[in-house]
Design a protein around this ligand. Structure first.
Ligand SMILES: CC(C)(COP(=O)(O)OP(=O)(O)OC[C@H]1O[C@@H](n2cnc3c(N)ncnc32)[C@H](O)[C@@H]1OP(=O)(O)O)[C@@H](O)C(=O)NCCC(=O)NCCS
Length: 299
């Protein structure tokens, strides 16, 4: 990097910004940000420029239900990360404070020592570890997966409030879980291009008591060339835990992904979530990467 570094807000109408964001974030759709509830692209997304070229971006994602923002960033590989990242973080922290957050979190893959050093210099502290686990569907027997003893059905239009409610019940108090509004859930469904079968709901006397939400991740192949799928969320109402429901919902979700031609399945979990990690390991999921979550307390 040679020229002067400038950090500026995103210009919503500028296709250069949309293209740069999608390139740096590996094909994620910029347009989706425009409809995200409680979010403003012109105030929450910043770009760093050097010699007129986009050097990186930082996105301030508000999760004010738990008084935090989450910062998501990328710096172009041709740029000097130790110079660009701090320049991006400064306005992002200012924006977080302006939004009323008392904490900011940033997740960094465990092998990325350069950004970790930047965060530690800026007084961010490591507070949590999440792991990504993988399962090759060729390694699991799903013959009985569609014979669930609990009543169940797939998501239907109009179920957004039910899905939002069961998520909030299952994850209440979990670290980093910001309670969803119905609007947030509808947005998540839209940006993930979900098919109704991607969300399986378990019921007892008509009440939703658990769910498994999968994603096809179409167009994304693993480094081994296998089509990928993801278990995005899995949860069981606390009154119904330890009765085999979580395992069964997960197996149904995996069967659905298999029927859709997915082969390599990923799941992300807090390493401190013993129940979930044990369940995933018991089905053959294994660890393939870890993310360290850093926290900065706003002064
Ligand atoms: C994780 C969760 C879905 C498990 O649901 P569940 O219905 O209680 O799980 P099951 O009864 O099907 O148990 C399946 C396996 O999980 C593991 N497990 C479940 N609870 C456990 C606990 N408290 N400690 C250790 N292992 C546990 C066991 O391996 C168990 O198999 P076993 O009964 O043969 O020993 C549930 O605890 C939950 O909703 N937690 C909150 C939301 C969450 O953390 N979701 C996962 C986020 S990635």
């Amino acid at each position: 990097m040679s020229g002067k570094l400038i950090v500026r807000n995103c210009q919503q109408q500028d296709t250069v910004d949309a293209d740069a964001y999608e390139r740096l974030k590996d094909g994620v759709v910029f347009e989706h940000l425009l409809t995200k509830p409680g979010y403003r692209v012109d105030q929450n997304l910043f770009f760093a420029e050097s010699d007129g070229e986009v050097a990186g971006y930082i996105n301030v994602l508000p999760e004010l239900g738990i008084n935090r923002t989450v910062l998501d960033y990328a710096v172009s590989p041709s740029q000097n990360l130790p110079a660009v990242l701090p320049a991006l973080i400064r306005p992002a922290l200012k924006r977080s404070k302006q939004m009323g957050a008392s904490l900011t979190h940033m997740g960094i893959p465990v092998l990325e020592t350069e950004p970790m050093a930047v965060l530690e210099n800026l007084d961010f502290k490591p507070v949590r570890r999440f792991c990504d686990m993988q399962l090759n569907l060729a390694d699991i027997n799903l013959d009985n997966a569609d014979r669930m003893e609990w009543q169940h059905r797939y998501f239907e239009d109009g179920d957004e409030a039910l899905l939002s409610d069961i998520q909030n019940r299952c994850f209440a108090g979990a670290w980093g879980y910001n309670p969803n509004s119905v609007e947030d859930t509808a947005w998540q469904l839209k940006v993930r291009s979900n098919f109704p079968e991607d969300v399986i709901l378990a019921l007892d006397k008509g009440e939703v008591i658990g769910y498994c939400w999968t994603e096809l991740e179409s167009g994304r192949a693993s480094s081994k060339g296998l089509p990928k799928g993801r278990v995005y969320m899995l949860g069981v109402d606390s009154r119904y835990r330890d009765r085999g429901l979580g395992r069964h919902l997960l197996q149904m979700g995996l069967l659905h992904l298999k029927k859709q031609g997915r082969e390599l399945i990923e799941i992300t979990v807090d390493t401190g979530n013993v129940a979930a990690v044990t369940l995933y390991q018991s089905l053959g999921f294994h660890l393939f990467s870890e993310t360290v979550w850093y926290e900065k307390i706003m002064s």
